[in-house]
Design a protein around this ligand. Structure first.
Ligand code: ADP
Ligand code: MG
Length: 499
């Protein structure tokens, strides 16, 4: 007997620039069901659920909720109507109290004779916290003083206080301790018993198989298959998650993995929170080393540690046999770093292309120590703009006005111009279009041929297979597999080490 449908998503599509995030997605969510969503990073899980929960609009397609057309104007509206979402990122406002977060946009109900009664609000908020088992958090506290887990619990209390009929949990559990997880599992079970519904996103296959009654697999913005609990089969699920073909010929075409014997950068027994556990790595001269894994595997932390931006709690990073202390030290030793969060960490948006590119190369033309000859700076920057074909009006244009792909080229220009011998690239092609990607791949390959060494951290397996001499896969802060280019590794072999 089929359970009653509560949400239906029909032919929903969504693009971000040239990225097709969702391609005619159809999903049916039933009452009394915890419905899992699984798929590689970037497969569209957050996008589809955030559309259901009113955070953004679809470009095409339609949705139905309790049999009626559903087009929520925002998340507060959706929650009012019974659809709540715990988002993947931080979902609370740091500058206000816990109580104010719980009653965000609803403090009016505590207004008496023109004044909002904080005491009343705190009292009610505390009840909401207590009722989900988070009574250890005080509703009067400033939210900014809480750690990630407790801020998540505040978010959960806010959503649950509205007694939703559909709850979306987006990759929340992996970042929580067992206590936080148990709270979420408990809430999900209770909702199921009350004949409500949960959409549960996780990249932990064991967790999904344990907690969910049905499971839908997404890949590249498409729904691949839905399994009911009695059809759950680890291998079948894994196989349906993979299988993307290498498209186009914009990767390097050889299957050669020759590189130097000399180790140029080494990580020795690095330990950092739960992100890196006694981690070791060697990068060789002329090597492109690919590092891959699922979102919380530790690979982005690894990138920061390689550049000295994060200091391991124990263990060390060695370049030329010397331990790297900080970013300045890393740069002095010829290491360049392109961060995943490029707008915030790699570029100064409110400055010109010239200022950004020359900030990386300053010591190259400040030959006399202090003064920069304006002519040499101009030539230098224009060479980078040309070499990378950065699309801009001129070198004085502000970086904030460039497209994502061109911003990324400026970041590359900054480090390449500096003559970096080692580049650490964290998701360098994220959000850039195919043309720019291709230019970056060519550049990486050229650098390799010049004897430079590259670590490319990527969420895209095709890119790792397409470009790396050697691929290292991480899971839970440890390396779980190593693949050589000459063995022509397949996605299916690699993904087994990730999940
Ligand atoms: N706001 C955004 N701007 C640009 N691209 C985005 C945005 N949100 C998502 N994307 C892209 O859409 C695709 C799907 O992303 P997402 O739904 O977050 O995947 P998942 O949650 O499965 O990891 C990815 O390629 C991602 O880079
Ligand atoms: Mg997501």
């Amino acid at each position: 007997m089929s359970k009653e449908v509560i949400i239906e998503v029909k032919e929903v599509s969504k693009r971000f620039g040239s990225t097709v995030a969702l391609n005619r997605v159809n999903i049916v969510i039933r009452r009394g069901e915890i419905h899992g969503l699984i798929g590689e990073n970037g497969s569209g899980k957050s996008t589809v659920t955030s559309i259901i929960a009113g955070m953004q609009d679809a470009d095409n397609g339609e949705m139905f909720y309790k049999g009626e057309a559903w087009k929520p104007e925002n998340m507060i509206y959706a929650l009012d109507k019974g659809i709540g979402m715990i988002v993947q990122e931080s979902g609370t406002v740091p500058g206000i109290s816990v109580a104010e977060n719980i009653f965000l946009g609803e403090s009016e109900q505590f207004r008496r004779a023109g004044i909002v009664s904080r005491r009343q609000m705190v009292k009610e908020a505390q009840k909401a916290l207590d009722s989900i088992g988070a009574g250890h958090i005080s509703a009067a506290m400033p939210t900014g003083a809480l750690d990630f887990q407790n801020r998540k619990l505040v978010e959960i209390a806010r959503v649950m206080r509205k007694n939703p009929e559909v709850l979306v949990v987006d990759e929340t559990t992996t970042a929580l301790s067992q206590m936080g997880r148990d709270i979420i599992y408990g809430i999900c079970k209770k909702m199921k018993e009350e004949n409500k519904a949960v959409i549960f996103i996780s990249h932990d296959l064991d967790e999904i198989m344990n907690e969910c009654d049905a499971l839908t697999v997404l890949r590249d913005g498409k729904i691949i298959v839905t399994f009911n609990k009695d059809e759950f089969d680890e291998n079948k699920i894994k196989t349906s998650m993979i299988g993307r073909e290498l498209e186009g010929d914009y990767y390097r075409s050889d299957y050669d993995d020759t590189y130097g014997k000399e180790v140029v950068l080494e990580v020795k027994n690095a330990q950092y929170q739960d992100k890196l556990k006694d981690f070791n790595l060697k990068l060789h001269k002329g090597e492109i080393l690919g590092v891959g894994g699922l979102s919380h595997c530790g690979m982005h932390t690894l990138g920061k540690i390689l550049f000295g931006a994060t200091k391991p709690e124990s263990g060390e990073v060695l370049v030329e046999g010397r331990s790297i202390k900080n970013e300045a030290d890393a740069m002095k030793h010829g290491i360049g770093y392109v961060s995943k969060d490029r707008d915030y960490e790699s570029l100064c948006l409110n400055a010109s292309i010239e200022d950004n590119i020359s900030a990386g190369g300053l010591d190259k033309f400040a030959a006399k120590g202090f003064f920069i000859a304006p002519g040499s700076e101009k030539k230098y920057v224009e060479k980078q703009i040309n070499d990378l074909s950065i699309k801009c009006q001129d070198r004085k244009q502000y970086v904030s006005a460039l497209s994502g792909g061109n911003k990324q080229k400026v970041v590359f220009g900054k480090w390449i111009g500096r003559g970096s011998e080692i580049l650490v690239l964290d998701c360098p092609t994220r959000g850039v279009d195919i043309g720019v990607k291709q230019a970056m791949y060519q550049l990486m390959f050229k650098m390799k041929q010049e004897g430079k060494s590259i670590v490319i951290i990527s969420e895209e397996m095709a890119e790792l297979i397409g470009m790396a001499d050697r691929i290292l896969i991480m899971k839970d802060g440890k390396s779980t597999g190593e693949f050589m280019r000459s063995d022509r590794p397949k996605e299916s072999d690699i993904i087994h080490c990730m999940i």
